[in-house]
Ligand binder design. Structure first.
Ligand code: SF4
Ligand code: SF4
Length: 214
């Protein structure tokens, strides 16, 4: 059952001037849109003009990755797969200790599960993950969206350089640390100390005074 018409609607349907006004307003909008031109981009003939920091795909700089697993643990979709093993590095100095380091065997991201949140890029403490604006990696088989470390490394070529620093900004802490003069050996710079004079041995307390004080 249709609802009863409201009084304003009834008035406009009865008033021909009001109906014409509405018609003219609609035509004015149509004319405005016609002269403005279409916003549709004819992809792939026209390349979209995306911002340089767009989240297209994640690139891996393998040499920076320490297999710390932080990104894999923080990923809300669990779509980062890492395998690594430990390698012993022999001591370089006599009497020194051997060291151990992680060697990355596998690093893969499944882009069919990834939700492009960027948490992995943010949490990586060693600058091993970067966003690239490349987005043309659609596949016919969903299993091909699993990118192994070789392919993730290839995306590094498409990562834009970071924005330039403000001219008046202070130097980053890393640059300040790198520009510090080398530390002079303590033995060379320090003035030699005077030898200590041995203390006089204390005189034993008189036993009678000790008993009185008690
Ligand atoms: S962008 Fe988000 S969902 Fe995708 S791999 Fe990184 S943490 Fe996981
Ligand atoms: S990419 Fe970064 S956070 Fe992930 S394992 Fe490598 S070093 Fe750790």
């Amino acid at each position: 059952m249709s609802e009863p018409r409201k009084p304003a609607e009834q008035a406009s349907s009865r008033n021909p001037f009001s109906a014409a006004k509405g018609l003219l307003a609609g035509m004015r909008t149509t004319a405005k849109v016609m002269v403005r031109g279409a916003h549709t981009q004819q992809y792939p003939d026209e390349r979209p003009n995306l911002p340089p920091r767009s989240r297209g795909v994640i690139a891996l700089r393998e040499e920076n990755c320490t297999s710390c697993m932080l990104c894999a643990r923080e990923c809300p979709d669990w779509c980062i797969y890492i395998d690594s093993h430990k390698e012993t590095i022999p001591a370089t100095t006599e009497g020194g200790r051997d060291r151990q380091r992680n060697v990355l065997d596998r690093f893969a991201i499944d882009f069919s599960l990834c939700m492009y949140c960027g948490i992995c890029v943010e949490v990586c403490p060693f600058d091993a993950l970067f966003w690239s604006p490349q987005f043309e990696y659609a596949e016919l088989d969903i299993r091909d969206l699993l990118h192994e470390k070789g392919r993730l490394g290839e995306w590094m070529a498409t990562v834009p350089p970071p924005p330039a620093l403000d001219e008046r900004a202070a130097d980053p802490a890393e640059v300040v640390a790198a520009n510090k003069p080398p530390r002079v050996a303590r033995e060379a710079s320090a003035t030699p100390r005077a030898p200590r004079t041995p203390r006089e041995p204390r005189a034993p307390r008189p036993t009678g005074a000790a008993e009185e004080s008690e």
